[in-house]
Design a protein. Structure first.
Length: 294
């Protein structure tokens, strides 16, 4: 499902020129706005997802006044020289603009779970919750200009181009460094939970390693090593164990022949079921069932 930014605002004094230019990427939405401003303009903004605001162009001599509460103290911001702001999810912002004639800005909204999954790394909760209001960084501005150009391009390039630029901007703002040795480390908690839940739900069919790796955005080799480091067993063995748990539940009911239980729990036949059961538990299904029901 395509990520949709969730935003509430009440604004006055702005007129959008030429409509909204929007691009969707994987867990990221980029909007470019061209707006004409009345002598006094402003509004209230709060988003359910974190976002970046980057001013790309401004005409008019006026200043911008920002408040973090309806009756709170104002700070005067020089958007021309400090055009970038990182605004956390559910962070309320009031803006009052005087004598602005025209603004062009890029809004970059992102879904934390999707971006974390793509980067195979949990984003720092403290950094996500900490606003960075109005600063300048030439590298970020260069990325923002390229993203905006792609949003307004009538013949956009391959999705990977804009997606890569937007992801690079988020990585830079979140200050994500390379984690040496992570490949051979364990899965993050959410990655392990997602993988094991998927295996449990689909254990009766053949699950390809590629499916599991794609599920959490890792290469097959990375996923396989990290899964075993986290659980002590390979993904395939985890699936076998899930099938055997279901088989034991059916054996305890005592109302089905072994041939039916074998097929129902994903084994090729009764002989295959018996071999796997004996290998894992040191006894046959029939002997195990008899001992349990005695």
């Amino acid at each position: 499902m395509t990520f949709q930014p969730r935003m509430q605002n009440r604004i006055e004094g702005f007129s959008v020129v030429g409509g909204l230019n929007r691009r969707h990427w994987n867990g990221i939405v980029a909007d470019v706005w061209d707006v004409e401003c009345a002598a006094r303009a402003g509004g209230y903004y709060v988003g359910r997802d974190p976002r970046l605001f980057i001013l790309l162009d401004k005409r008019g001599p006026g200043d911008s006044r920002i408040r973090l509460a309806p009756g709170g103290a104002e700070s005067v911001e020089d958007w021309r020289h400090c055009p970038i702001a990182y605004i956390p999810a559910n962070f309320e912002l009031w803006a009052d603009l005087a004598d602005h004639q025209f603004l062009r800005h890029l809004d970059l909204h992102f879904d934390v779970e999707t971006v974390s999954r793509r980067l195979a790394e949990d984003l720092d909760p403290e950094r996500l919750a900490t606003p960075q209001l109005f600063f300048s960084d030439n590298r970020l501005l260069s990325l923002a200009q390229l993203i905006a150009a792609e949003c307004t391009n009538p013949q956009p390039l391959h999705d990977l181009y804009g997606d890569g630029l937007a992801l690079a901007l988020i990585i830079d703002v979140m200050k994500l460094g390379k984690a040496p040795g992570r490949k051979r480390g364990k899965l993050a908690a959410w990655q392990l939970r997602r993988a094991t839940d998927f295996i449990e739900e689909n254990c009766l069919r053949n699950i390809r390693l590629e499916e599991l790796a794609n599920l959490i955005g890792l290469s097959q080799s990375h996923f396989s090593h990290a899964f075993k480091a986290s659980t002590g067993v390979a993904p395939h063995q985890w699936q076998v164990n899930a099938r055997l748990r279901r088989a034991k539940q059916l054996l305890l009911k005592g109302d089905q022949p072994l041939t039916e239980i074998a097929v129902e729990t994903g084994f090729a036949d009764q002989a295959h079921f018996t071999r796997v059961f004996r290998k894992n538990f040191g006894t046959t299904p029939a002997h195990w069932q008899k001992a349990q029901l005695a």
